[in-house]
Design a protein around this ligand. Structure first.
Ligand SMILES: O=C(O)CCC(=O)N[C@@H](CCC(=O)O)C(=O)O
Ligand SMILES: [Zn+2]
Length: 351
C-alpha cells in the first residue's frame, strides 16, 4: 500500500459510501486504510474490495461478494447497507470481513457483464494461453488474489466462509436458493444448511463437478464454506422489495458481528435439496428452448419432454420431474446454457 493517504479517505469516513466510490472508479482505486473509533481497521484494497479487521481476535474470516453480475442489485444493496453501518460505527464487528463488489463497471451499465461473464473466469480460467486478457479477466485474477491474501492473514485455525450473492435472471418456484460447489467427495455440512436456512434459503443444489465460479474457487482453493446464493429475481436498483431479504441481511449481520451464532436444531424436513442431473452447454449458434422466458427455475418436465435444442441436437428429459435451472440461450458458445436437477435426500454424506 502507498504511504500517502488517498484523497477519497476523508469522504469515505463521512459517508461510508464505498459503493459509489467503487462505481466512480470502475476498474482501479488506489489502496488506502483508516481506523474507526471502535478500533476496526478499514482497508481498501482496490475498487469494490474493502476489508474490516476488528480490534478483537476473530474466529472467522468471512467474504461477502456481490455484483459479480452488475445487474443483480438486491445483494449489492444489502452489502452497501452493511458497509455503511460498519463505517458509521453502528455495527461493531467481531469477525474479519471482506466485502467485494465484483464488477463496478457492469453495475454502471446495468448489465450482467461488460465483455465477458466474470463468473466463468475464476479458478485460473482468467488466464488461458492464446486468449487475450480483458478487464474482466484481469479483475478475476485480482479478486482471486485479494481473497487469497485475506484468508492467508486470518488467525490460525479460524474458519473460512464465502457467500457470493446473486439474483436469478428468471423467476424461481423456490425464490431463494444456493449452489453448493462440488466438494470432491468431502461431506456437505448441515451447519452450513442451517446458516442458509436462517438466511431464508431452504433450497440447495449440490454440484457434481468443478466450475469456473467464484464460490467454487474459494471452496476448492481455500477450503472455505462457500456458496453462490440466489436471492430472488434480477431487478433494477430501487425496485427490489428489500423486506424479502430481511432474514438474509439479519443473518449476514449476525455472522460478522457476533462471537458465535446459534442456529435451531437441524431438521431435514425444512430443506429442499437437489442434485445436478446434467449440464447442457450451448455449442452451436442455433440454440433454443421450447419454453417461454416466463418458465421459472425449478419447473419440472415429464420424462421424454423436449428441454433444449442445440443445433441439430435435441435434449429430452430423461427422468420424470427433471427440473430446469438457469436456462439462458444467450450465453457464449461453449458455456452452460442450462442445468437440470432432481430431488435428493439428506444421507450419510452430510455431517
Ligand atoms: O439466472 C441465471 O441464469 C443466472 C444467475 C447467476 O448468475 N447464477 C450464477 C450461478 C453460479 C453457480 O453455478 O454457482 C452464475 O450463473 O454464474
Ligand atoms: Zn449472478
Amino acid at each position: 500500500m502507498s504511504a500517502t493517504t488517498p484523497d477519497y479517505i476523508e469522504e469515505l469516513k463521512q459517508t461510508g459510501d464505498f459503493l459509489t466510490l467503487s462505481r466512480n472508479n470502475e476498474w482501479h482505486l488506489a489502496a488506502g486504510e483508516f481506523t474507526l473509533n471502535n478500533g476496526t481497521v478499514v482497508t481498501i484494497h482496490d475498487t469494490g474490495v474493502i476489508e474490516f479487521q476488528p480490534a478483537t481476535v476473530s474466529s472467522k474470516d468471512v467474504v461477502y461478494s456481490s455484483a459479480v453480475h452488475g445487474n443483480e442489485t438486491a445483494p449489492i444493496e444489502i452489502c452497501d447497507e452493511l458497509i455503511k453501518q460498519i463505517i458509521a460505527g453502528e455495527l461493531l464487528l467481531k469477525q474479519r470481513a471482506l466485502f467485494i463488489f465484483g464488477n463496478p463497471q457492469s453495475i454502471n451499465i446495468g448489465l450482467r457483464f461488460v465483455e465477458e461473464n466474470l463468473n466463468r473466469l475464476f479458478n485460473g480460467h482468467h488466464s488461458v494461453d492464446g486468449v487475450p486478457m480483458n478487464n474482466e479477466r484481469t479483475r478475476a485474477a485480482k479478486l482471486e488474489q485479494y481473497v487469497s491474501d485475506f484468508f492467508s492473514r486470518g488467525e490460525q485455525g479460524s474458519s473460512r466462509c464465502h457467500y457470493d450473492l446473486h439474483t436469478a435472471i428468471r423467476g424461481s418456484k423456490n425464490e431463494k436458493f444456493a449452489v453448493y460447489p462440488y466438494l470432491h467427495g468431502k461431506p456437505w455440512k448441515k451447519s452450513q444448511l442451517q446458516f442458509l436456512l436462517s438466511c431464508g434459503v431452504n433450497t440447495v443444489l449440490m454440484m457434481k463437478s468443478p466450475a469456473t465460479t467464484f464460490s467454487y474457487y474459494s471452496s476448492f482453493v481455500h477450503d472455505a464454506d462457500s456458496f453462490t446464493v440466489e436471492l430472488g429475481q434480477v431487478k433494477p436498483f430501487g425496485e427490489n422489495d428489500m423486506s424479502r431479504f430481511a432474514k438474509t441481511k439479519q443473518t449476514l449481520t449476525a455472522l460478522i458481528s457476533q462471537d458465535m451464532v446459534e442456529y435451531p436444531e437441524f431438521n431435514a424436513d425444512e430443506f429442499e435439496l437437489f442434485t445436478v442431473h446434467r449440464t447442457i452447454n450451448r455449442t452451436q449458434n442455433e440454440f433454443s428452448f421450447p419454453f417461454s422466458d416466463q418458465a421459472e427455475n425449478f419447473t419440472g418436465f415429464a420424462k421424454g419432454e423436449l428441454l433444449a435444442t442445440d443445433g441439430d441436437t435435441p435434449y429430452y428429459a430423461d427422468v420424470q420431474g427433471e427440473a430446469i435451472i438457469f436456462p439462458n440461450a444467450n450465453v457464449a458458445i461453449g458455456q452452460r446454457a442450462l442445468l437440470t436437477v432432481v430431488p435428493m435426500a439428506i444421507d450419510s454424506n452430510f455431517i
